[in-house]
Ligand binder design. Sequence first.
Ligand SMILES: [Ca+2]
Length: 409
Amino acid sequence: MKKIIHFMSVLLFLSACTATPETKPIVNTPVLPEVEENSLVLFPPLETRVPNTDFKPAFEGQTRASSTQTKVTYSYSIINQELVEPWGIDVLPDGKLVITEKPGQLVILEADGTFITRISGFPSINTQNQGGLLDLSISSEFEMDSTLYFTYASLSTQGSATTIGRAELDLTNNRLNNFETVFTAFPYLTGNNHLGGRIVFDDQQNIYLTTGDRQDFDRRMQAQDPSNGNGKIHYISKDGEIVDGFSSTVFSLGHRNVQGIAIHPITKEVWANEMGPQGGDELNLIQHEKNYGWPIVSYGEEYNGNPIGDKITQKDGMAEPRYYWDPVIAPSGMIFYDGEMFKEWQNNLFIAGLKAEAIVRIVLDGDNVLAEEHLLQSEKQRFRDVAQGIDGSLYAITDAGRLYQIKSN
Ligand SMILES: [Ca+2]
């Protein structure tokens, strides 16, 4: 358990110092007391704007948690700014970076951002609107199989579907070999939005895939239909099959548009964020066969201000978000940090924030959010995905085509 120092107790500590009878030098800037490297200083919540809705949280700390600040000094730099709509980033065992570009290319960079190659030729991708070549993950056995897994909006005569494909990365000839489809979240539908599309491997070499409700009002309820692939988190073998012991690929349901998923390094819990409507972005702890409520319950409202459904936030049998944002941050790709470079970041979540224009650091205490920090906000970038380098530095890609690297000084 982290040692926690509340901002108020720091103020009390400082005022107690000034109240002692002995004359002491007056300190104008608040000097924080010596603290352990892993301790956390808590400040008032970051969010001070009026929320879109007047919903009350279901429990303390479900929204507007305390803020905190990274204590170790760090620096960041733009190490590449010629990416074209980058969407997903992952790191090869030798430190090289693999980045998907939404229009349908894969870019390989050195760990320092130097361009190596751009690979195209992905088949049958719908690149309209929120479609495209989306996320990627190196195989959990990459050193043996050299395989990359991709998600994309696949294209058929009936429309698009969120799909996983894989191919062998040939870095001698800078190409992908043996591209094949692994899994498709049926049905195909017309329309190009709310496709989810994030993937993550677990320790059993199985895949979690996120999908979305495909946006249209009259399609939302498919998120509640376990026989429909949209609005779900799927759990799939690396070959696209139902995992042994499970009866379906549907792991959880009732999701609107899940744009980030990550597995806790210690507890192995699955966490996912979810793009909400106006005022209802969520962070969820994903458990098997749980219903996450969309579009029955939500902490948001329609963009025109109308209520969602019966304007309720809680219902029996529906899982509460562990955290929500109102106004929204538009959360995208996310990871748990487990590197050595930033000891104080270990087991923290890092969420790429599009609307927040920040990398959102979340400090968890068990299943609750303890603190929130927004990094690189001064850059005014729509952050799309994050990755951890093999040296423990943090990478982030942005919609403007930038690749940032954050290092401790
Ligand atoms: Ca929900």
